[in-house]
Write a new protein. Sequence first.
Lengths: 112, 115
Amino acid sequence: RKEVEQDPGPFNVPEGATVAFNCTYSNSASQSFFWYRQDCRKEPKLLMSVYSSGNEDGRFTAQLNRASQYISLLIRDSKLSDSATYLCVVNPPGTGFQKLVFGTGTRLLVSP
Amino acid sequence: NAGVTQTPKFRVLKTGQSMTLLCAQDMNHEYMYWYRQDPGMGLRLIHYSVGEGTTAKGEVPDGYNVSRLKKQNFLLGLESAAPSQTSVYFCASRPTAFQMNTEAFFGQGTRLTVV
C-alpha cells in the first residue's frame, strides 16, 4: 500500500461548483498534513496545512480524520483560477518525522 | 527574498555525461530535499539532508549523489546520466521537523532531459 494515495482525477467542474478531494495515508502515527497546489510546469506551493480540528481559509476547507486515516479538501464556489493539481502531503514517523511524502496529485479543471 | 533557487533551470545531457544540480536557500532552513517528478508518479524523494554535513537516502536514491557542505546549499549529482533520469527535479527546504506543520518551500525546478 502506498504511503499516500489520491484519486488522480481529473475532476471537471463548472465555475461556482463545490468540489471535494480525499487523500488516504497508511501510517496512523503520521504527524503533519498539508495540501499543496501545483500549476502546470511550476513548483508546488503550500495551499494550507491541515489541523486536527479542521480549518478553513476563504473558500477552502481542510479536514483530518485520524480514525479513518484520510484528509480532505473542499473548494467552494470554484474559480477558473482554481484549475491546478492538488497534492496531499503527509509527514510520517520514522527517521524523526524528517520526510515529507507526497501523493500523486488530483487534477482539477474548472470550466466557464 | 529569493527563497529557494535552483540552477540550472533546463539541461540536456547525453547518456553517460555527468552534471551537478545546485539548490540554494536563504531562509536558514535546516532541512533540504531533492525530489524528482515524473508523469503519473508524483514527487518522489531522492535524497535529503537534516543539517550541514549530513545526508540520507530517500525513496529513489540510485544513480544520484548529494552533498551539503554548507547549510544553505544542497547539491545533487548525476555521475553517469541515463535516459531514465529524464525528469523534473525539485529542491525544497524546511525549517525543521520539530515544529508541527512547518511548510516546505520549493525551488522552480530543473527540467533535465537525457538523450
